[in-house]
Design a binder for this molecule. Structure first.
Ligand code: ATP
Length: 498
């Protein structure tokens, strides 16, 4: 993970936000390459879900339309949605180190027949686990931790046991505070007067903007249930412990679809969306071994999912979770919770009339909710490929999402080569994102493109002047072939179309 973060910084994918001022925890900026990568992921999603949506079980393309709603809405929206008062995470503080943890992310390890002390560590954090094991071994005077040691979630401990826990960064027991609920909602003030009456919230999910516009979309477009509304945009959560690079940040982007259907058909659509969304991530190059589907346990379900048939997470094996997995996308059956609540709280009609069946009902919702920022991290993690070539690493992006599709290099910056290279670059750049580079040795230029994940490099050399051929270098194999310069455009079109 450290290598990936350092490559992202070095090559301009992702920088810490406000870096000049020492950064700000939980916020990140995307550089030139990162912005292209993230936009390509967003555009692939929009293309495959909205412009050219999947084929449904009846053999016909689904009907999905897009919207772009405000980040700040009437604060009543968040009361109706259950977020005000309900969107909390339990937090514990360490009185000694002042560290703060998500209580539900802490596990404790103990020796059932030992001295009664328990050692806390952070879930999916190997370093923290090893530290807890070392402490336990030291206090209990044992060499290794075996099956007689029990691991329990911190939140399930009795008050008596809780007092015996040694925190993840301390050596003595009893420094952790009792878990307290902490609201994840960022608030702000609208207008000049300030005060609680003008308090508003930054949206913690894009979904509510879709529910708010359900009636507008039904009334103004030709959609008929079942249909979907899609949205991509920023969401804000005041996470207790932002960590793991852009995996858990306080400002991030989501790509969400709310699929509205009749209650009777919800189980069928739920299954459909779980399959489609997993296949979609695979189509962008996430390998099967690194992806898994996991059904939420009943105690994990969000307030809206209780009524429905549950939530499946599409999980990815990130470098910091391996051998475990972390959530990439959730596919939730939200029941008709959101539309009903907005109907109730607004006092307005929020439902659907099916003319064919002469039936009025509040549609049920299947929600595939993907992280655009987390997706970008999954693509970066998957692409990172150590190799024995001089750059030691290359980024094996699916060409569809590569920030740069091809590079054009004159072998040397003289002998007529730059003119020919420039002409090729001019021909290609109107169609594809292509870069022209003359600086440094050819080896260094290849290395730069390998780290940027550029699939093809075209090189104009001495032979080009004689026989009109150029070299194409393939990023993944580092092998080279010669093609006629007049075929370069077709060559690239064909490769990128695959
Ligand atoms: P987690 O359990 O990891 O906090 P969640 O279950 O609260 O996530 P959802 O509310 O289902 O997440 O949000 C949908 C998607 O939004 C997630 O699958 C993830 O990709 C993304 N997401 C949620 N929180 C964050 C965050 N803090 N930073 C980056 N992406 C996030």
């Amino acid at each position: 993970m450290e290598d990936l973060v350092s490559l992202c910084k070095r090559r301009g994918f992702i920088f810490p936000a406000s870096e000049l001022y020492g950064g700000i925890n939980g916020f990140w900026d995307y550089g030139p390459l990162g912005t292209e990568l993230k936009n390509n992921l967003r555009d692939a999603w929009w293309h495959d879900m909205v412009h050219c949506p999947p084929i449904g079980p009846d053999g016909e393309p689904l009907s999905i339309v897009g919207i772009d709603s405000s980040i700040i809405q009437n604060p009543k929206v968040w009361e109706a949605s259950g977020h005000v008062g309900g969107f909390n995470d339990p937090m514990v503080d360490c009185r000694e180190t002042k560290s703060r943890y998500r209580a539900d992310h802490l596990l404790v390890i103990a020796n059932a027949s030992g001295n009664g002390q328990m050692y806390a560590y952070v879930k999916d954090d190997e370093e923290s686990y090893e530290r807890a094991c070392k402490l336990l071994a030291k206090y209990e005077k044992v060499d290794a931790i075996d099956e007689s040691y029990v691991t329990t979630p911190l939140v399930s401990l009795s008050a008596e046991d809780f007092a015996r826990v040694v925190g993840p960064d301390t050596k003595e027991a009893g420094t952790l505070t009792e878990p307290r609920q902490f609201s994840l909602m960022f608030d702000t003030t609208v207008g000049a007067t300030g005060g609680d009456d003008n308090k508003a919230y930054l949206r913690p999910e894009t979904a509510q903007g879709i529910f708010l516009n359900f009636m507008n979309v039904v009334d103004t477009s030709r959609v008929k249930v079942p249909f979907g509304i899609a949205q991509v945009g920023k969401a804000f959560r005041n996470e207790v412990t932002p960590r793991n690079f852009i995996f858990r940040s306080r400002e991030f982007e989501q790509m969400e679809i709310e699929w509205f259907c009749h209650e009777d058909e919800a189980p069928k659509w739920y299954e459909f969306w779980c399959d489609i969304r997993k296949q979609w991530w695979q189509s962008l190059g996430l390998t099967t071994d690194n992806l898994q589907m996991r059904q939420h346990d009943s105690d994990e379900l969000a307030h809206y999912a209780k009524e429905g048939c549950g939530t499946f997470d599409i999980e990815y094996q990130f470098p910091f979770t391996a051998p475990g997995f972390g959530e990439l996308e959730g596919v939730a059956h939200r029941g008709n919770y959101d539309l009903s609540r907005h109907g109730e709280f607004s006092g307005k009609k929020v439902n659907y009339f099916d003319q064919e069946k002469n039936e009025r009902f509040v549609p049920h919702v299947i929600e595939p909710s993907a992280g655009l920022s987390r997706g970008t991290l999954a693509l970066l993690s998957e692409a990172y490929t150590p190799d024995d070539r001089p750059s030691k690493v290359f980024m094996k992006f699916n060409p569809r999402i590569s920030p740069i599709k091809a590079a054009v290099f004159p072998l040397v910056n003289k002998n007529g080569m730059p003119e020919i290279a420039k002409k090729l670059y001019d021909d290609l750049r109107t169609k594809h994102v292509v870069q022209y580079d003359v600086k440094q040795s050819i080896g260094k230029r290849y290395a730069r493109m390998d780290e940027a994940g550029t699939p093809y490099c075209f090189v104009i050399d001495g032979d080009t002047l004689d026989d009109n051929t150029i070299t194409v270098r393939d990023r993944d194999t580092a092998s080279q072939e010669r093609i006629n310069i007049d075929h370069a455009e077709n060559y690239l079109d064909e490769k990128l179309a695959r």
